[in-house]
Ligand binder design. Structure first.
Ligand code: IMP
Length: 191
């Protein structure tokens, strides 16, 4: 029988991405969605945001489970902004606001980060981080994915935004994939 792990998220794109990876790479574990509201307090790093999220659900869920916190970082021009404020920025100015800030800028370096906080059966928390480096596009392109995907071009897939990739293409190189890979390695080593 498969071991079950809950992924606490209300984001259907994230659950689809993570379930697809587990089905292929780690079928001995089944990822179940737990759509419990998470408190998203502001902090300086994704790891700290993840700690707040874990604290906000720990009374309402039985381990093992994990949460994931991601951010879009415009490296040089915006010194990492929106980063930990990505969710707020997405809800307010959106990716078109980022394109406006970046208008005329030649240095367009940016990256995505994903931090997974996994709570094991003994309630110990383990962190796994994944990064994808790239550029802010000059225009929004593509219709797959979510969030800032239409304006991010990974250095590993030049000329195409994340939103122009098939889900399985994004899933090979994404920040989330890299964090999930580390979680899978941990699960396999600690089974
Ligand atoms: P959170 O992890 O849900 O807090 O994500 C913060 C913000 O970054 C949200 O607005 C998401 O839409 C966006 N975001 C998170 N992951 C991705 C991704 O893989 N692609 C594009 N945007 C993302």
């Amino acid at each position: 029988m498969k071991s079950k792990i809950q992924f606490v998220t209300g984001n259907k794109h994230k659950i689809e991405e993570v379930q697809t990876i587990f089905e292929k790479e780690c079928p001995e574990f089944q990822i179940m969605q737990a759509d419990i509201p998470l408190l998203e307090l502001q902090a300086a790093t994704l790891e700290e945001v993840a700690v707040f999220k874990i604290q906000s659900v720990m009374e309402n869920i039985v381990p093992p489970y994990f949460i994931e916190d991601a951010g879009f970082f415009v490296d040089d021009v915006c010194q990492g902004f929106p980063g930990v404020y990505s969710s707020y920025v997405m809800k307010t100015i959106g990716w078109d606001g980022i394109l406006k800030i970046m208008a005329g800028k030649t240095n367009r370096n940016a990256h995505f980060e994903s931090v997974i906080a996994y709570v094991d059966n003994h309630k110990a928390v383990h962190y796994f981080k994944g990064v994808n480096e790239g550029q802010v596009s000059t225009e929004a392109r593509g219709s797959s994915g979510f969030g800032f995907d239409p304006i991010f071009i990974s250095n590993e897939t030049p000329n195409r935004t994340f939103a122009e990739l098939e889900l399985n293409e994004k899933n090979i190189i994404s920040h989330r994939r890299r964090a999930v890979n580390k979680l899978i390695e941990f699960l396999k080593n600690n089974a």
